[in-house]
Design a protein around this ligand. Structure first.
Ligand SMILES: NC(=O)c1ccc[n+]([C@@H]2O[C@H](COP(=O)([O-])OP(=O)(O)OC[C@H]3O[C@@H](n4cnc5c(N)ncnc54)[C@H](OP(=O)(O)O)[C@@H]3O)[C@@H](O)[C@H]2O)c1
Length: 342
């Protein structure tokens, strides 16, 4: 069988803020045979994730754990798709699968080497797109990072940065379910309203309108921060550390402000860390892979009960992948950024 496939590639390594001109759409013919041992998938949704930018750089600490993106070649990403042809017993034509696919219209995978690939129960009642956000890696990141790394206790105070994003919006809602007081920050008034009015945050602020982040956090946390869920880095981390309580925990999930501008790297006051006995722990979603199904079952139950709202931001067609990706670094997405391909 042969299918025409189009995929998105970077033209060159990307340093600094990405622009749509860094990308190109390429075409190829994909050949699949029953002897190949492979599964051919028509991709329905692909995930747009901030970490991809670090993969596009010539050098990055992320390269220790995730593959480098090679200019001109397809870009692996999480996706959901429908099996078109299969050379494996496990997968049948018409099955819906979720896992590591690519920013392309068709992907082939080998079940024995593919990551996080699983069949999706299409009768679950959840939109398939949730497999890439709340019921996928964002959910695993938010749940593992909050419960396993931050270890919340009832009554504690929680600060979440990039709080209207895919991970942050879940963390804030989990913090409320855990009996914490939660404040989030985001980059527009509309996002701030969403956090307070729909997602149940106790308070929220627009960090772009705060000339002094330390003072803003002091205002929102007069009794200090017990848990900081870090998505941003730079000055936000410095300001949060200055407002942490003794034995505070910082879950370092991401530092998106530093992905585009390494010059903004945080210079935390380590005396704060010492004298307040603060725990600063980085983590990776994959640290919780063995608990993936456990976590997503819990989150799925909360969604069904109306305790957790899922926010998505969906663009259409392969051509929009570059602009969807660029939007992440301009704060133009609200919730999980995805592209619907079919
Ligand atoms: N450790 C892991 O395994 C893991 C897994 C998934 C994600 N992450 C990290 O978690 C963070 C959130 O990821 P996500 O997928 O949920 O993305 P997201 O929050 O849905 O989208 C990114 C958001 O970051 C904010 N942002 C962008 N540039 C910024 C800047 N210079 N300063 C402050 N805020 C900025 C923007 O919102 P505003 O309007 O608020 O500016 C933007 O909407 C990222 O740092 C990501 O790398 C880590």
């Amino acid at each position: 069988m042969e299918v025409e496939n189009r995929y998105v590639a970077v033209r060159h390594h990307v340093e600094g803020s990405p622009s749509v001109d860094d990308f190109e759409v390429k075409a190829e013919t994909v050949r699949w045979t029953p002897e190949s041992g492979e599964v051919l998938v028509r991709n329905m949704y692909v995930s747009i994730d901030p970490y991809q930018l670090n993969r596009m750089k010539r050098q990055s600490a992320s390269h220790h754990s995730v593959d480098v993106i090679v200019p001109g070649e397809r870009i692996a990403s999480y996706g959901v798709g429908e099996v078109v042809a299969s050379a494996c017993e496990e997968y049948k034509e018409g099955d819906v699968v979720a896992g590591m696919l690519a920013w392309e219209e068709h992907s082939v995978f080998r079940p024995e080497t593919s990551m996080l690939m699983s069949k999706v129960d299409a009768s679950s009642g959840f939109p398939l797109s949730y497999q890439l956000g709340a019921l996928g890696t964002s959910g695993m990141t938010a749940y593992g990072g909050f419960y396993e790394v931050c270890k919340p206790k009832v009554g504690e105070t929680v600060f979440v940065s990039a709080a209207s994003g895919s991970v942050g919006s879940l963390v804030g809602q989990f913090a409320k379910l855990a009996g914490c007081r939660v404040v989030g920050c985001a980059g527009t008034q509309a996002k701030v309203d969403l956090l307070k009015d729909k997602l149940g945050f106790d308070d929220a602020f627009n960090y772009r309108e705060e000339p002094d982040l330390k003072a803003a956090l002091k205002r929102h946390f007069p009794d200090g921060i017990d848990i900081y869920f870090e998505n941003v880095g730079g000055e936000m981390l410095e300001a949060a550390l200055a407002n942490m309580n003794t034995y505070g925990r910082v879950a370092v999930c991401g530092v998106i402000a530093e992905y585009t501008d390494p010059g903004r790297r945080a210079v935390p006051d380590l005396l704060e860390v010492i004298y307040k006995r603060i725990t600063l722990r980085g983590f990776f979603a994959w640290d919780f892979i063995t608990k993936f199904h456990e976590f997503t079952a819990i989150i799925g139950g909360w969604i069904e009960e109306g305790k957790v709202h899922v926010i998505e931001d969906v663009s259409d067609r392969l051509e929009s992948v570059p602009s969807a990706f660029v939007a992440l670094y301009r704060g133009q997405n609200v919730g999980k950024k995805l592209v619907k391909l079919a």
